[in-house]
Design a protein around this ligand. Structure first.
Ligand SMILES: *[C@@H]1O[C@H](CO)[C@@H](O)[C@H](O)[C@H]1NC(C)=O
Ligand SMILES: *[C@@H]1O[C@H](CO)[C@@H](O)[C@H](O)[C@H]1NC(C)=O
Ligand SMILES: *[C@@H]1O[C@H](CO)[C@@H](O)[C@H](O)[C@H]1NC(C)=O
Ligand SMILES: *[C@@H]1O[C@H](CO)[C@@H](O)[C@H](O)[C@H]1NC(C)=O
Ligand SMILES: *[C@@H]1O[C@H](CO)[C@@H](O)[C@H](O)[C@H]1NC(C)=O
Ligand SMILES: *[C@@H]1O[C@H](CO)[C@@H](O)[C@H](O)[C@H]1NC(C)=O
Ligand SMILES: *[C@@H]1O[C@H](CO)[C@@H](O)[C@H](O)[C@H]1NC(C)=O
Ligand SMILES: *[C@@H]1O[C@H](CO)[C@@H](O)[C@H](O)[C@H]1NC(C)=O
Ligand SMILES: *[C@@H]1O[C@H](CO)[C@@H](O)[C@H](O)[C@H]1NC(C)=O
Ligand SMILES: *[C@@H]1O[C@H](CO)[C@@H](O)[C@H](O)[C@H]1NC(C)=O
Ligand SMILES: *[C@@H]1O[C@H](CO)[C@@H](O)[C@H](O)[C@H]1NC(C)=O
Ligand SMILES: *[C@@H]1O[C@H](CO)[C@@H](O)[C@H](O)[C@H]1NC(C)=O
Ligand SMILES: [Cu+2]
Length: 559
C-alpha cells in the first residue's frame, strides 16, 4: 500500500521545449549505462532494464554529418545489444545492433562502443534494445538536425518536443514471454500505453504520471513522434488541433494536414502544430489501430498540450481518434504520404529492377507437443520460420564461417495459393531455417510483401535494416501484377525504413542494394518477430575497398 501511495505522489513532468540547438563538435559521445531501476507507473515500483536509469532513455542529439560514438556498458543481468533504428550504417553493419544478426550481445559486465556516421539523413529516428522483448523499456529518440546553416524545408518552428509512444507491463516482460511461449500463445497484453513513459490520467493512479508540454499562443511547434510500442500500430491526435506532417522516418515529405496520424512500431513522424486555439489544456492521445479479426487493445494513453498561463486545474478535452478498425482512414492517410522530391531532396526511385521478390508474410501454427492443444502460434516469410543462429550472421559472412546460415531464401512462396482467401487451417505447418537471400552489390530490388490468411490476416509493419526504401504501392487482396504495376507511384513515393503491410493486402517497396553487409528484415511487432517473421539479406561487396564491409571494431562483443 505504501508503495502505491508513493507512486501516486510522484511529480508531474512539465517539459519546456528546446528552441535552439547549439553548434557542437562533429563527434558526439554518449555513455549508455544499462542498469536495472525500480520504476512505478500503474502500481508498485517494478525493476525494469533502463539506460542511465531513465525511461524512456536519453535522446541522442546529432547533426547530419556528425560521427556518433555510444559506449554501451551492460550492468544488467540480460545480455543485450542496441539498434540505431533507421540509421543507414553504410558498410558498417557492426554498429547496427540486432543480436545474432550483426553482433553477439554485450554480455553482463561488458562494454561495446557503437561508432557510426550520420550521413545523408536528418530528422527523427530512435534507438532500442534488439534482443528478446527488452526494447519495452530500453529505447529512446534520436534527433538529427540538418547541417549547420541548412534550414528545414518548412517554416522554422518556435520550439520542439519529442513524444515517445510506448507500452507498459506491470509484470516482468521476459517472464510473460516465457509464459506465452510455454503455452504456444501470445503473452498477456500490456497494461498501459504510454507517452514519454507516462500513461496519463485515463489509467488508475496515473494522474501525476502525465507528460505535459507547454506552448505559447500563436506559435508553431515541431513534434517528433516515435512509436516504440512493442505490438501496437497507433493512431495519435491532439484535441482541437490539426497537424501538418512534414517528415517520416527521417525523410522530408510533402506537407499535408490531418486530424490524426497512423504510426506503426518502428516508425517516426514529425508534425507541425500551431497553438492557435482558445488557450487551454488539450489532450494528446494514442490508441491502437487494428482492423484484423483478433482481440483489439483499446487502451488510450494521454499527454497534455498546455497553453502558457492556463492553470493545471482546467480539465482537458479528448481528441476524436479514428475508430480502432478505421481502414479507410489508414488508406487515405497512407496515400497522402509523398516524398518531398525537390532538387535538394530528390526521390531516387529505382526505375529498372534487377531482382523481383515476392514474399508472403503471415501467421501460422506449428506442432508443439508440450503446448496447449499441442500446437504453437508461429509466423513465416515464404513459409520459412526464421531460426536465430548462435553467432552473429555478419561475422559468419565476413569471416566465411560455414554452417551458420544458408543462402537459399526463396524469391517467391514455394507454392502459390489464394493468399488472402479463406483461412487454410487444414494446411498449417512451416519450414524452419536460418536462410538468407543474397543481393548483388548495387542491384535494384522490388519486393512485394503479401499478407496471408493462413491463420488470420493482420497488418505487419515491416522494417528493413541498412536501407531506406520507397513504398511504390499498396492494396487489398492478392497482389496482381497485371493490374497493380500500372498504379505504382514511381515519382514521389514515400521513402522510409518501416511500412505497414495492410491487413489482407500487400505493399510493394523498391530499394538499391548499395550497402554491403548482412541486413535484417522483420515485422516490427515484437510478438511476430519472436514467432519468426524475419529474414536477412546478404548484400555482397562491390569492386574496391570503398564498396566493401568495413573491418570489425576491436571491441566487437564475442559470443
Ligand atoms: C526494487 O524494489 C524492491 C521492493 O519492491 C526491492 O526489493 C529491490 O531491491 C529494488 N531494486 C532496485 C534495483 O532498486
Ligand atoms: C566504456 O565505458 C566503460 C565503463 O564506464 C569503460 O570502462 C570503458 O573504458 C568505456 N569504453 C570506451 C571505449 O570509452
Ligand atoms: C550471456 O551470454 C553468455 C555467453 O554466451 C552466456 O553464458 C550467458 O548465459 C548469457 N546470459 C544470459 C542471462 O542469457
Ligand atoms: C566516419 O567518417 C570518418 C570521416 O570521413 C571516417 O574516417 C570513418 O571511417 C567513418 N566511420 C565509419 C564507421 O564509417
Ligand atoms: C497473464 O494473465 C493471466 C490471466 O490474467 C494471469 O493469470 C497471469 O499471471 C499473467 N501473467 C503474468 C506473468 O503476469
Ligand atoms: C482541421 O482540418 C479540417 C479539414 O481540413 C478542417 O475542416 C478543420 O476546420 C481543421 N480544424 C482546425 C482546428 O484547424
Ligand atoms: C475496451 O475493451 C474492454 C475489454 O474488452 C471492454 O470492456 C471495454 O468496453 C472496451 N472499451 C471501449 C471504449 O471500447
Ligand atoms: C468496427 O468496429 C465497430 C465497433 O467495434 C463495429 O461496429 C464495426 O462493424 C467495425 N467495422 C468494420 C468495418 O469491421
Ligand atoms: C485449442 O483447441 C480448441 C478446440 O479445437 C480451440 O477452440 C482453441 O481455440 C484452441 N486453442 C489454441 C490456443 O489453439
Ligand atoms: C480468393 O479468395 C477470395 C475470398 O475467399 C475469393 O473471393 C477469390 O475469388 C479467391 N481468388 C481466387 C483466384 O480463387
Ligand atoms: C509450408 O511448409 C510445410 C513444411 O514443409 C508444409 O507442410 C506446408 O504445406 C507449407 N505451407 C505452404 C503454405 O506452403
Ligand atoms: C550504382 O548504380 C548506379 C546506377 O547505375 C550508378 O549511378 C552508381 O554509381 C552505382 N554505385 C556504385 C557505388 O557503383
Ligand atoms: Cu507482424
Amino acid at each position: 500500500m505504501a508503495f502505491s501511495l508513493f507512486s501516486c505522489l510522484l511529480f508531474a513532468s512539465v517539459v519546456t521545449m528546446i528552441s535552439s540547438f547549439a553548434a557542437e563538435a562533429a563527434i558526439k559521445k554518449y555513455q549508455f549505462d544499462v542498469v536495472v531501476k525500480n520504476v512505478s507507473r500503474l502500481s508498485h515500483p517494478k525493476p525494469i532494464v533502463t539506460v542511465n536509469g531513465r525511461f524512456p532513455g536519453p535522446t541522442i542529439y546529432a547533426r547530419e554529418g556528425d560521427r556518433v560514438v555510444v559506449n554501451v556498458t551492460n550492468h544488467a543481468q540480460y545480455n543485450l545489444s542496441i539498434h540505431w533504428h533507421g540509421l543507414k550504417q553504410f558498410r558498417n553493419g557492426w554498429a547496427d545492433g540486432p543480436a545474432y544478426i550483426t553482433q553477439c550481445p554485450i554480455q553482463s559486465g561488458n562494454s561495446y562502443s557503437y561508432d557510426f556516421n550520420v550521413t545523408g539523413q536528418r530528422g527523427t529516428l530512435w534507438w532500442h534494445a534488439h534482443i528478446l522483448w527488452l526494447r519495452a523499456t530500453v529505447h529512446g529518440a534520436i534527433v538529427i538536425m540538418p547541417k549547420q546553416g541548412v534550414p528545414f524545408p518548412f517554416p522554422q518552428p518556435h520550439g520542439e518536443s519529442v513524444l515517445v509512444l510506448g507500452e507498459w507491463w506491470n509484470s516482468d516482460v521476459e517472464e510473460l514471454v516465457k509464459q506465452g511461449n510455454a503455452l504456444g500463445l501470445p503473452p498477456n497484453m500490456s497494461d498501459a500505453h504510454t507517452i514519454n513513459g507516462k500513461p496519463g490520467p485515463l489509467f488508475p493512479c496515473s494522474d501525476k504520471h502525465t507528460f505535459v508540454t507547454e506552448v505559447e499562443w500563436g506559435k508553431t511547434y515541431l513534434l517528433r513522434i516515435v512509436n516504440a510500442a512493442l505490438n501496437d500500430e497507433l493512431f495519435f491526435a491532439i484535441a482541437g488541433h490539426n497537424m501538418t506532417v512534414v517528415e517520416i522516418d527521417a525523410v522530408y515529405c510533402k506537407p499535408f494536414t490531418t486530424s490524426a496520424i497512423l504510426i506503426t512500431p518502428g516508425q517516426t513522424t514529425n508534425v507541425l502544430v500551431t497553438a492557435n486555439q482558445a488557450p487551454g489544456r488539450y489532450f494528446m492521445a494514442a490508441r491502437d489501430f487494428n482492423d484484423a479479426p483478433i482481440p483489439v487493445d483499446n487502451k488510450t494513453a494521454t499527454a497534455i498540450l498546455q497553453y502558457k498561463g492556463v492553470p493545471d486545474t482546467v480539465i482537458p478535452v479528448l481528441p476524436q481518434l479514428p475508430a480502432q478498425n478505421d481502414t479507410s482512414f489508414v488508406d487515405t492517410y497512407s496515400n497522402s504520404l509523398r516524398s518531398l522530391n525537390t532538387p535538394q531532396f530528390p526521390a531516387n526511385v529505382p526505375l529498372t529492377i534487377d531482382r523481383h521478390l515476392f514474399f508472403t508474410v503471415g501467421l501460422g501454427r506449428d506442432p508443439c507437443p508440450t503446448c496447449l492443444n499441442s500446437t504453437k502460434l508461429t509466423a513465416s516469410i515464404n513459409n520459412v520460420t526464421f531460426v536465430m543462429p548462435k553467432i552473429g550472421l555478419l561475422q559468419a559472412h565476413y569471416f566465411n564461417i560455414n554452417g551458420v546460415f544458408k543462402l537459399d531464401f526463396p524469391d517467391k512462396p514455394p507454392a502459390p495459393f489464394n493468399y488472402t482467401g479463406a483461412p487454410l487451417t487444414a494446411n498449417l505447418g512451416t519450414s524452419l531455417g536460418t536462410r538468407l537471400s543474397k543481393l548483388a552489390f548495387n542491384s535494384t530490388v522490388e519486393l512485394v510483401l503479401q499478407d496471408t490468411n493462413l491463420l488470420t490476416v493482420e497488418s505487419h509493419p515491416f522494417h528493413l535494416h541498412g536501407f531506406n526504401f520507397f513504398v511504390v504501392g499498396r492494396g487489398v487482396g492478392n497482389f496482381d501484377p497485371a493490374k497493380d504495376l500500372a498504379k505504382f507511384n514511381l515519382v514521389d513515393p514515400p521513402e522510409r525504413n518501416t511500412v505497414g503491410v495492410p491487413t489482407g493486402g500487400w505493399t510493394a517497396i523498391r530499394f538499391r542494394a548499395d550497402n554491403p553487409g548482412v541486413w535484417f528484415m522483420h515485422c516490427h511487432l515484437e510478438l511476430h518477430t519472436m514467432w519468426g517473421l524475419k529474414m536477412a539479406f546478404v548484400v555482397e561487396n562491390g569492386n574496391g575497398p570503398d564498396q566493401s564491409i568495413l573491418p570489425p571494431p576491436n571491441d566487437l562483443p564475442p559470443c
